[in-house]
Design a protein around this ligand. Structure first.
Ligand code: NAD
Ligand code: ZN
Length: 359
């Protein structure tokens, strides 16, 4: 069976296109569902972007905190805030949820829009195709590029048991607003690490066993754009990085990520290391799996003058190493994509543990 996957309904791309958001959202507002929920990265509170939010009377602004990557408990709490605020407006549901920020904020917006129409806790839906009811309309405005969260069918959440996405067709955004001006102010190191998330998506997709011409077409273009951005500092880098993120996300939609992401999830779950930086830390130890990719990644580190953190597992306990291995091993499709069906023979607990101990 070939995957028949859902993708984003509408895209708008261009410098300054954020100003079209009001018109775009107006089409979603009705008399019974009039409020738009803006889930905005708290980093923009008091910044010029706050003044540019196209707020109307009924709207609700949630300044979200992304110091930690999204947790299921936080999603549940935010969803309750929205439910209460909408009830005060004597409505049942908002007209839509818009996420404005990096991958964490976009994932929060996706998760809130899903949990408004699905009962229980978001932790009950971590996995594949567990969502029962369509989400409310949801849109994304990235302010950092690389994760591909703007195009993916998952919202990555850390729950009580595991770090695993809510993967479903209903997770996919209805609208994405790609305005390269919005990523210009991102801190240099953060921009690099999130950009490397995209670069690693491409390498893992292109070197994986799930690759087909569809994934390859998107992956190769995204990889070239990353090279232009991080090796050549090419003109129009923000525009290019935004498109790399989108294409990288499309590439893994029909393939998968691999060894680096599986290991990075373990680091993130146990030590709270964020995704982009975690991937970068891990990737530097994966020469045996991705020799060319790792060599090029090191050239990018040097060109962009980035020093990777070292020794992050130096004080981890045996129990923590065991948990990291457990979390990494849950991710079957990633290992299978990277190493083939017989991956369990290649990637033993011992070998994964040894890799973690080196980091
Ligand atoms: P992020 O959203 O976690 O943000 C990182 C930091 O950058 C935060 O401090 C944020 O406030 C700040 N920031 C964002 N935009 C800024 C701007 N324009 N100016 C100044 N500061 C800005 O970072 P990210 O790397 O984009 O996202 C990582 C998250 O995405 C993780 O939670 C990861 O699990 C998730 N992710 C999701 C998918 C998916 O398909 N859904 C894919 C990969 C990663
Ligand atoms: Zn990633």
């Amino acid at each position: 069976m070939f995957r028949n996957f859902k993708t984003v309904n509408r895209f708008v791309f261009g410098r300054g296109c954020f100003d079209q958001l009001d018109d775009i959202l107006a089409a979603q507002r009705t008399s019974t569902r009039s409020a738009i929920v803006f889930a905005v990265d708290g980093v923009f509170q008091g910044k010029p972007l706050q003044e540019r939010l196209p707020l109307r009377n009924q709207d609700i602004v949630l300044w979200v905190n992304v110091d930690d990557e999204p947790k299921t408990a936080y999603v549940d709490w935010l969803t309750d805030q929205v439910r209460n605020a909408v009830a005060e407006r004597r409505q049942e549901l908002p007209a839509g949820v818009v996420g404005i920020g990096g991958g964490s904020t976009m994932d929060l917006a996706k998760a809130i829009s899903l949990m408004l129409t699905n009962p229980g806790s978001s932790s009950e839906y971590q996995g594949w195709d567990l969502i029962k009811h369509p989400a409310v309309y949801h849109a994304a405005v990235p302010t950092l590029s690389g994760t591909g969260a703007e195009v993916s069918r998952t919202t990555v959440l850390t729950g009580p048991e595991k770090k695993l996405g809510i993967n479903s067709d209903h997770t996919v955004f209805d609208q994405v607003v790609l305005d390269p001006e919005l990523i210009a102010g991102a801190p240099r190191e953060q921009r690099f690490y999130t950009g490397m998330d995209c670069y690693i998506h491409c390498v893992e997709s292109l070197k994986g066993t799930y690759l087909n011409a569809f994934s390859q077409a998107y992956g190769e273009k995204a990889l070239t754009l990353c090279q232009e951005v991080f090796l050549q500092d090419a003109p129009g880098s923000d525009d290019k990085l935004m498109m790399a993120s989108f294409f990288g996300g499309m590439s893994i939609a029909y393939s998968q990520v691999g060894v680096c992401h599986a290991l990075s999830y373990g680091l993130s779950f146990v030590l709270g290391v964020h995704h982009g930086i975690g991937n970068s830390i891990v990737f530097d130890y994966l020469e045996e799996f991705y020799p060319e990719g790792v060599a090029e990644f090191r050239r990018m580190l040097s060109k962009q003058d980035i020093q990777l953190p070292r020794g992050i597992t130096a004080t981890a306990t045996d129990a923590q190493f065991e948990k990291m291995v457990d979390v990494a091993l849950i991710l079957d499709p990633l290992w299978e994509n990277a190493l083939g069906r017989e991956w369990r023979k290649i990637m033993t607990r011992q070998r994964i543990g040894d890799l973690y101990r080196r980091m």
